[in-house]
Design a protein around this ligand. Structure first.
Ligand SMILES: CC(C)(COP(=O)(O)OP(=O)(O)OC[C@H]1O[C@@H](n2cnc3c(N)ncnc32)[C@H](O)[C@@H]1OP(=O)(O)O)[C@@H](O)C(=O)NCCC(=O)NCCS
Length: 187
């Protein structure tokens, strides 16, 4: 096997760019919900047909979009944030489309956008209920566990972000991600 292709040959296409920002347009919001349905209903079976709940009425949706020729083409990442009590915010429904995982740090950057946005809106604490298999992922991103809980019949940890690692920013912040595969295909 050509060693230059190891780890990339099973990926039919590696996008060159993603944008991460708040979902504003109907297209972005529809994509945010469609991705959550795909991940939490079809893939994980945590919910049956629809994962939306009352929190969606107050939450701020955030998206990662895969770009084609510099233009957002498809929503491949989602998370939402909301204030649960004065200055205490929570993130939930973090999802990256399966083909785009462990590729462009999309999950990590969605978390950064979520926490830094809430910080900019006055959060003094930022929490999330994290599925057990993702606890290490969050720990590496400067979160600590406050204890274990069972949610939707699955083991979770209630976790808190270290806000000093997530500088506050405004609602217009946009990040451009360029995936860096470990081994790159030569043109
Ligand atoms: C969890 C999830 C959001 C991670 O998204 P992702 O885009 O693959 O994550 P990233 O690419 O940003 O990962 C950043 C780093 O963490 C690592 N990582 C990713 N998921 C991890 C996990 N579950 N445990 C430990 N490390 C993990 C990646 O390998 C990468 O490491 P590197 O920096 O050494 O390359 C994604 O796997 C997902 O959507 N899963 C299904 C839904 C889900 O579980 N949602 C979260 C509910 S709490």
């Amino acid at each position: 096997m050509n060693t230059m292709l190891q780890g990339v040959e099973d990926r039919p296409f590696i996008p060159t760019e993603y944008v991460v920002r708040l979902a504003r347009t109907p297209w972005e919001r529809a994509g945010h919900h469609a991705l959550r349905r795909e991940v939490f209903c079809n893939e994980q079976h945590v919910f049956e047909k629809d994962d939306r709940d009352a929190i969606d009425g107050v939450a701020i949706p955030i998206i990662a979009a895969c770009c084609m020729a510099g233009i957002p083409d498809r929503i491949v990442g989602a998370v939402r944030i909301h204030e649960t009590e004065p200055d205490v915010w929570r993130g939930s429904r973090l999802a990256v489309q399966a083909d785009h995982r462990k590729l462009g740090r999309i999950g990590a950057e969605l978390i950064r956008m979520a926490v830094s946005t809430a910080h900019g809106l006055g959060a003094t604490r930022f929490l999330a209920q994290v599925q057990e298999q993702n606890v290490l992922f969050f720990r590496r991103l400067h979160w600590k566990s406050l204890g274990t809980i069972t949610l939707h019949g699955l083991p979770h940890h209630d976790m808190e972000a270290d806000l000093s690692r997530y500088p506050a920013h405004g609602l217009d912040q946009t990040w451009l991600l360029r995936p860096q595969p470990r081994i790159r295909q030569v043109a």
